[in-house]
Design a protein around this ligand. Sequence first.
Ligand code: HEM
Length: 471
Amino acid sequence: MTNQYTPSSVVSGPPASRWWGCYPELRRDTLGFLLHCQTYGDVVKLPVGRVVELLLQQRDAAMYLLNHPADVKHVLVTNQDNYRKGPIPPVESRIFGQGVLHAEGDIHHRQRRLFLPFFHKTHVTTYSTFISGMAQTRVAQWQDGASIDIGHEMAHLTLSVIWRLLFGEELRSNAGLIRDTISAGQRLIKIQYDSILACLIPLWIPLPHHRRFTRGFQIIEETVLRCISERRHRSEPQDDVLSLLLTASDQDGRPLSDREIRDELITLLLAGHETTANALTWTWFLLSQTNSVWERLLSELKDVLGDRLPEAADVPHLRYLKMIWDESLRLYPPAWSLHTRLAHKEDRLPSGAILPSGSWAFISPWNLHRNPRWFPDPTSFDPERFSDEATRAYLPFSYIPFGAGRRGCLGESFAELEGLLILATIASKVRLSLIDGQAIHPEPGMTLHPRTPIEMIVRQIDLPTSHPIIA
Ligand code: HEM
């Protein structure tokens, strides 16, 4: 690993079509293409092509892929005032509205200030009992020898957890519909990211993939709006996000409208369960591939937990589990690409490259985490990379599964607590092995998910089980 680089203002890039820019390559094999771009230097120019230039009325428009952590830090932190989020596909705007994920400027600042205490790492620990309890309930439903679609199981679990966090109650119905709608949304977002022309077709045109998404999404919105209305008529506040939003006010001191509350709730619902579900799915897959890692994890769980369910206070002692989690997020970062950042003014990066005004900085955790300059032998699964000593040697900003700067993940502490408690609870009960003959490939959509379901066999293990199941 080296942090040496030669500043240069000359930026090169792969050959691109005059009319379509790099989109055909990106569409053909997004993840492979990004890795290939590492060979072009610290900053790689990806022209968007004449068609997009004409639509944007901007000559020589391009994305600039940042391969060097120092440049990443510059854009996300040091000079973040020069950047805002780049264009967002219409279906994403439809889903997230003006929630904290997409808002800009003062509105974003206010929304973040509202949420920060709620998502602070000391406050999120209060949720540990219900997270471990829900994981225990789920794993208790798996029969010894059964085969499960682990992605489906993890998505169901994290959806139940986030629903409880947002609305303070169990998700009673609609779980299947929410999951199907998210899958349809994933497909649609991918189509719109891959093709600017697809972005121009309004969602009300009844194409089959439009219909699949809009039908389900309407029901999700109605359910969320109903929860808001019911809570407005109840006086007692609860420790959940809905109560937080109902007592908040806007910049003029007015209470938030149903529409504003809806935007925040749907943003957190989607940002907060799909990512964690995929992180867990990839972790189970990686664990199933490496016996020695699983054995060492089991021994840690026995030492720290015995026959107890894990709590927040156990997390600092589950050191090896945390190394596994970090390494899994390195290899399969659910947020495989950050939103592109649009440069207001021309900017000279630490690597020497100049980003023209109006260009888009493209930062991909997938690409950074698999660059052999920062992570030798990048495709191998090795939790030791995240031992205290090894971590100290890494270049800052070479590892950014949660992004960074004031747009970094709001739910990072919650996601980590949730991920570790679910892994500890389930790994104490069962061993999961991959059913032979499956080809597992990552697919980049709204999040990095497996292209086809990952089927696993459940084997109960012999850790003592004296505690009752918490419903
Ligand atoms: C393993 C799980 C997760 C991963 C890998 C992840 C990753 C990320 C990343 C990379 C960003 C920055 C996007 C960008 O800069 O373009 C982000 C933003 C965000 N995340 Fe997460 N996230 C996870 C879980 C969660 C959870 C559980 C929540 C909420 C409960 C959440 C809420 C958000 C929000 C609201 C933002 C937008 C923050 C802003 O723009 O101010 N995330 N997440």
